[in-house]
Design a protein around this ligand. Structure first.
Ligand code: DC
Length: 215
């Protein structure tokens, strides 16, 4: 096992943004586990599989190859980086990620992806299930209002037309679902460094994390 930086936190807390920067600056392989759940959600939509058809979703995951290459997400060789960020996928990804057998498959994939590399991995259950013995553990947080505003800004920049209210409602529903899962629920562990980024810039969050990692 190489060095493992594990980050958990709710949707929109900035995990992806800071993990990307730290990966480059600290020479770590970035693994976005949310993108993996999104890839399966996207594939389910493509194959007209309903979220209630758990066996079919599990089978789909068993036959899926997910890769991260040059900051892009690939499913069975196809770049799906943009497709997995649509509201359609975002609406169904949390319930899909509650399927226990699917989690087993993806957690296994995540551990294999890490291999012996030095990695920075972010999601909801990284510090608790995937790598409870990670070298460094963080819990990144921010208020619901602030997280919704960030997602809204991101969407505007991408040309996506979704109202702030709809984003806030989606995030709040996902928070609840992600925190109340039978397996892999989002929890803040005592041994994680807690960072509330509500009033911090990205650079300030990165600096706080670097202070921990680069000792
Ligand atoms: O980080 P994100 O918003 O892209 O994640 C999408 C969904 O995937 C999130 O609502 C919960 C789920 N997820 C999970 O259950 N476990 C993870 N390790 C990462 C994401």
């Amino acid at each position: 096992m190489g060095k493992i930086v594990a980050i958990d936190g709710p949707a929109g807390s900035g995990k992806g943004t800071v993990a990307n920067i730290l990966a480059k600056e600290c020479n770590l392989t970035y693994i976005d586990t949310g993108a993996m759940y999104r890839a399966i959600a996207y594939a389910s939509l493509q194959n007209n599989i309903d979220i209630s058809e758990e066996d079919k979703i599990v089978e789909l995951a068993n036959n899926s190859k997910i890769e991260f290459i040059d900051g892009k997400t690939y499913l069975n060789g196809k770049d799906i980086s943009k497709e997995i960020r649509t509201m359609e996928v975002t609406r169904i990804v949390s319930p899909i990620s509650s399927i226990i057998k699917l989690r087993e498959i993806l957690v296994d994939m995540q551990r294999k992806m890490a291999g012996d590399n030095d990695v920075i991995m972010e999601g909801r259950d990284i510090t608790t299930v995937v790598f409870p013995d990670a070298t460094y553990k963080f819990y990144l947080d921010a208020t619901l209002d602030e997280r919704a505003k960030r997602r809204y800004k991101e969407n505007i920049e991408k040309g996506m037309d979704v109202s702030l209210e709809e984003i806030k409602e989606n995030i709040s529903k996902r928070d609840y679902n992600d925190m109340h899962k039978e397996v892999g629920a989002l929890t803040r562990t005592e041994d994680s460094v807690y960072i509330d980024s509500t009033n911090l810039t990205i650079d300030e969050v990165v600096k706080k994390m670097k202070d921990v990692i680069e000792v």
